[in-house]
Design a protein around this ligand. Structure first.
Ligand SMILES: Cc1cc2nc3c(=O)[nH]c(=O)nc-3n(C[C@H](O)[C@H](O)[C@H](O)COP(=O)(O)O)c2cc1C
Length: 205
């Protein structure tokens, strides 16, 4: 089957969205925790989390256009400067999915969707208690992507909260044991199972 650019263009909007959102394969499943200036916590599922570099330790995420619909996560990040990235727990994919509903700004998705807020030290953004891997982030930069109005939001890692039994001496993280999940498109959730790990690849003599 060949799907051309013209076919894609003439597809029904939802079908196009489904195909294009799934075609790159598995994306990480994360919940972004923030707090508003009115002290209302906010939680939203994001699959566009990307590693940008280790030194300094930077993570990017794509937020959808902010002009038509209010984007509480992005507003809170800009206002407060801090946020958390929490792996979606395997047993809670349905609740995590529910955080994508358009709750009003005075409603916390933590409470509405059944997650528990957790705080560490004086870090102001809420972590997700049920998540096994959580990252405290400081906002550093936004890069507008003019072609479609989305924004690349860049943050620097401030803290990592992780159980010792899922991180090895060398720093490898066991995502299967952590019960993290993968996402395809906007509604399919996958379990992760480790296939194998390999040494640094070198050209064979
Ligand atoms: C599986 C899934 C992945 C999503 N990934 C993103 C994403 O990467 N970026 C984004 O802006 N919205 C994404 N969304 C939509 C947000 O979760 C949704 O717009 C949510 O209402 C945002 O909440 P907020 O207004 O509290 O920020 C995703 C939704 C689902 C169901």
């Amino acid at each position: 089957m060949l799907i051309t650019k013209e076919d894609i263009k003439s597809l029904d909007r939802i079908k196009r969205l489904n195909i294009i959102n799934s075609i790159t394969g598995i994306k990480p499943g994360n919940l972004i925790g923030t707090v508003s200036s009115n002290k209302v916590s906010n939680l939203a599922i994001f699959s566009s989390i990307i590693h940008l570099g280790s030194n300094p330790p930077l993570i990017g995420m794509i937020t959808r256009p902010t002009d038509e619909v209010p984007r509480h996560t992005y507003t809170n990040i800009l206002e407060q400067g801090f946020y958390t990235i929490n792996h979606v727990p395997l047993e809670m994919t349905k609740s995590a999915h529910q955080t994508s509903a358009k709750y009003k700004e005075d409603i916390s998705e933590f409470e509405a969707c059944g997650f528990t807020e957790e705080y560490h030290g004086d870090f102001i953004a809420p972590y997700v208690k049920e998540s096994k891997i959580k990252i405290g982030m400081k906002y550093v930069q936004s890069i507008p992507i003019e072609i479609n109005g989305t924004i690349l939001v860049i943050g620097e890692i401030q803290n990592i909260v992780i159980s010792e039994n899922i991180i090895s001496e060398e720093g490898y993280i066991d995502l299967e044991h952590a019960k993290s999940v993968g996402i395809s498109g906007l509604n399919s959730y996958y379990k992760l199972s480790l296939l194998d790990s390999y040494d640094y690849a070198r050209v064979k003599p």
